[in-house]
Structures are given as structure tokens and as C-alpha cells.
Design a protein around this ligand. Structure first.
Ligand code: C2E
Ligand code: CA
Ligand code: CA
Length: 438
């Protein structure tokens, strides 16, 4: 009798624990379960939040809510190999990752994000969605605090439209570094630690270089090279992204003019941060710089991503429309990864689609990826766009893209990002070789 009572009590207790530590709709362990656990040494805490989660649930019958969450959790688990995914009803998913170097962790999460480019299929319902991450690297701090930090960072990422928001112990410890970032960027620009690399873009049909993308670089004297993704993020935070963008544009124009002076039309692409697209003075500043340097704006392509998450979307659309009216070319960067990929085409005036390298790199081994790329090229052409494929790392990928009718190509196989002097030398060598052949 006693043992039956004890057994029943244990069962009840276990049930209660299950209820308290599991999210009712999905049956997945919840944030409390993660907060109460002891984390292994050397790990980061990641919280992902799903854009428009409430909206998705609102269109689903109640009995599919759990399946929706489990499907997201499965996709995350496949992408990162995490054993346990924790879920809270608000559309947050958490797990722990091996603490890789920051650059690697950021690109790992970028890769995971690409998995969310494919729509969710819950029962008969299909949804496009997007995922944002909060990352805590606060080794040694209590788990609950780390989970909360990652959660807050994920919410911050969602509301600012960034893919990843970072919460690092170092960030606090290095407050002086962050506070003086402003000055350091200016210093880097002055003394040449910040510089531009140029990566060639090729016209696939004629097998000639037709342009380049300008990519920013920072070789810090004590910290070494800082990845552009990381320092663009910091520059946005420090309110220094405007200065950097205009500096990049100006330097890229100088380079474009030098190559165009050789007589062949050469197109220069620059990246425009999502944080800047809706700025009131953007169009004027771009137009002024082009005018001052005396370049035809048609030789400059502006690559934009993520305008869907920009604060003031109508202002962004207005700016981009104006830039295009002035003559700049517009390119939709990283096409195929964001939530807004297809809505871009409907909403935004653009001249070019840039296929993201995560798709491009998979076309040689995946039928599905190949079909996606082929139909995207067809769709883009039907809408009068040119298509650039980035991230081409081998001859087989380039050959497939040629067969699919892709217009332009960029990637390590064709040329790495180089300092201008090196780029120009290689361009010249090829230019002469090409003419020698004609
Ligand atoms: P992105 O615009 O997608 O730039 C392409 C990135 O892919 C570059 O990384 C380039 O080095 C890399 N890449 C090119 N070909 C290959 C390839 O064949 N294989 C692989 N694995 N990678 C390849 P990078 O230079 O590290 O730039 C990363 C991101 O930083 C850029 O992505 C862009 O979003 C941002 N960024 C770079 N320069 C600027 C800038 O001047 N302004 C702004 N706002 N963002 C910039
Ligand atoms: Ca780009
Ligand atoms: Ca890109």
C-alpha cells in the first residue's frame, strides 16, 4: 500500500515536472528546463525567434500549433546538430552550441538561417518565414541569466531586422573598445587599416570580367583582420555606418573610373546596409558623391538586402526608386535567403538579382537546389532582371550556371577579393590576353 502511494506520488511529481518543464503545445522542453540545466564547458547559448510567428499560428487550427513548433525545432536540429531544442510558446527556440570563434559561429548561424528560406509546410498550410538569433557567449555565468540574455538579444535582432544579435561578456568588459569604435573607425580610414578589396564579376557568355564588387576590410594592428559582417554590425551600433558607406562608395567610384578609363565598360557594385536604406539624406549623398567624382551613376550597382525589416519601409522604397531614377543600378543581394525574397520582386524596382552563395554552392549535388536556381533565373529574366550568381567555387558549378542561362558570375573560382593594385594587374593581364585571342 505504502509503495503504491509512493509510486503514485512519484508519477504525479514527474507529470508536474513534465508540465512545468515542457511547452504544452509542442511537447518540447521549455526555457525553464534549459535555465535549470548545468551547461557543459565551452558552449554558447542561442535563442532563435521566428518572424511573424503569432501571425502564422493565427492562421493555423489549434491542433497544428504543436506540429508547427516541432517542425521548426526539427529544422534547427538538422541545421546545427543540437540534441535538444527548447521551445517557449512565444515562438522562441533555444539550444546550446559549441563555442566556436565568433566568425565561425556567425557564419554557422547564417547557414542555419538559409535552411529557413524554404517555406514551412504545416498540414496543408505553407508559410514563408524568417529566423533571427540571439547569441550569448557569457561562459561561466548562471544558465538562467545566459538564456535571458540570448532571449533579449533575439528579440533585439527581430525588431532591428538583424540576423544575429550578440550578447557577449567581452562586450561589457570591452566597453572602452566599443565606446571608442567611432574614433577607431576614423583612424582606420585615415591610416589605411580599413581598405577595400575588389572581387571580379564575369560575363558568363563572353567569358570576360564585366565588373567587381567592393568589399570592405579592416586589418586592425593589434586584433588582426576583423570580419566585415562583425564590424559592420558594430559600426551600425556605433552610428558610424553612414561614414563608412560613403567612404566605400567614394573609393569604389575612384577604382571604377580607373578601370573604365581603359575603354571597356566596367560595372562597380557596392553594398548598402539595411540600416541605411530609409535614411532621408541617402539619395542626396549618393548623387553628390557620383557628381563630384564625375561618374555615370549607371556604372554603379547598389546591392541591397533586408529592406523588408527596415524601420521605415515606404521611405526605403522611395529612396531606392529615386536612386534608380537618377541612374544607379539596383541589385537584390543574397536573393533566396530572406523572408521577403519574392515580395521584393513585386515591390522594389531593381535591375539585378544576386543569387545567394548558399544556393549556388549546392547546385552540383542537389536536383532540388538546381531546379530552384533554374526557375529563379527564368523568373528574373521574365521580369527583365540580370542574374548574378555568387560563391562559385568550381568549374562544374560555373558550367551548370552557364547552361541555365545565368548572366554573371562571381566566386573564389573566378577571383578572390583583392587589393585594387592586384585586381588591376590581373584585370590588365586578362584584358590583353582576351584581346590577343580575338
Ligand atoms: P556579401 O555582400 O554577400 O559579399 C560576398 C561575400 O562572399 C564576401 O565575404 C566574399 O568574400 C564572399 N565570397 C565571394 N566569393 C566566394 C566564394 O566563392 N566562396 C565563399 N565561401 N565566399 C565567397 P566578405 O567580404 O567577408 O563580406 C561579408 C559580408 O559583409 C558581405 O556579404 C556584405 O554583406 C558585408 N559587407 C562587406 N563589405 C561591405 C560594405 O562595404 N558595406 C556594407 N554595408 N556591407 C559590407
Ligand atoms: Ca554583396
Ligand atoms: Ca551576397
Amino acid at each position: 500500500m505504502v509503495s503504491v502511494t509512493v509510486f503514485a506520488a512519484i508519477r504525479l511529481w514527474q507529470k508536474r515536472i513534465r508540465r512545468v518543464q515542457h511547452t504544452s503545445s509542442s511537447g518540447l522542453p521549455n526555457m525553464l528546463a534549459l535555465s535549470n540545466s548545468v551547461l557543459p564547458v565551452g558552449c554558447d547559448v542561442v535563442v532563435a525567434t521566428i518572424a511573424r510567428y503569432e501571425e502564422i499560428l493565427a492562421t493555423l487550427p489549434q491542433d497544428l500549433h504543436g506540429e508547427c513548433a516541432r517542425q521548426i525545432a526539427r529544422r534547427i536540429a538538422v541545421g546545427c546538430g543540437a540534441g535538444e531544442i527548447y521551445h517557449s510558446d512565444g515562438g522562441h527556440f533555444a539550444w546550446v552550441e559549441e563555442a566556436r570563434p565568433l566568425d565561425m559561429q556567425l557564419s554557422h548561424l547564417e547557414g542555419l538561417r538559409a535552411l529557413f528560406a524554404a517555406p514551412l509546410q504545416v498540414g496543408p498550410h505553407t508559410f514563408d518565414t524568417n529566423i533571427h538569433f540571439g547569441l550569448d557567449r557569457n561562459e561561466g555565468v548562471e544558465t538562467a541569466t545566459r538564456v535571458n540574455s540570448a532571449l533579449a538579444s533575439a528579440n533585439e535582432a527581430l525588431s532591428s531586422g538583424r540576423v544575429i544579435e550578440l550578447f557577449e561578456a567581452q562586450r561589457l568588459a570591452e566597453a572602452p573598445w566599443e565606446l571608442s569604435l567611432h574614433a577607431r573607425i576614423d583612424e582606420g580610414l585615415r591610416n589605411g587599416d580599413i581598405w577595400l578589396a575588389f572581387q571580379s564579376q564575369w560575363d558568363i557568355a563572353s567569358n570576360r570580367i564585366c565588373g567587381a564588387e567592393a568589399l570592405i576590410r579592416w586589418n586592425h594592428p593589434t586584433r588582426g583582420p576583423i570580419a566585415p559582417n562583425a564590424f559592420i554590425l558594430q559600426a551600425e551600433r556605433a552610428g558610424r555606418i553612414d561614414a563608412l558607406t560613403y567612404w566605400v562608395l567614394d573609393q569604389a567610384i575612384v577604382a571604377a573610373l580607373a578601370i573604365n578609363a581603359r575603354g571597356e565598360r566596367f560595372q562597380m557594385s557596392v553594398n548598402l546596409s539595411g540600416q541605411m536604406v530609409d535614411k532621408p539624406d541617402l539619395v542626396k549623398n549618393f548623387a553628390d558623391i557620383a557628381l563630384r567624382r564625375g561618374i555615370d551613376p549607371g556604372l554603379i550597382t547598389i546591392e541591397v538586402t533586408e529592406t523588408s525589416s527596415v524601420g521605415n519601409r515606404p521611405a526605403a522604397v522611395h529612396n531606392l526608386t529615386r536612386l534608380r531614377q537618377i541612374g544607379f543600378r539596383l541589385s537584390i543581394d543574397d536573393f533566396g535567403t530572406g523572408e521577403a525574397s519574392l515580395t521584393y520582386l513585386a515591390d522594389l524596382p531593381s535591375d539585378e538579382l544576386k543569387l545567394d552563395r548558399r544556393f549556388v554552392s549546392r547546385i552540383t549535388d542537389s536536383h532540388r537546389e538546381r531546379a530552384i536556381v533554374a526557375s529563379t533565373i527564368g523568373l528574373a529574366h521574365a521580369l527583365g532582371q540580370t542574374v548574378v550568381a555568387e560563391g562559385i567555387e568550381d568549374a562544374a558549378t560555373l558550367a551548370l550556371l552557364r547552361d541555365m542561362g545565368c548572366d554573371h558570375a562571381q566566386g573564389f573560382y573566378l577571383g578572390r577579393p583583392q587589393p585594387f593594385a592586384v585586381f588591376e594587374r590581373e584585370y590588365e593581364a586578362r584584358y590583353h590576353r582576351e584581346f590577343g585571342r580575338v
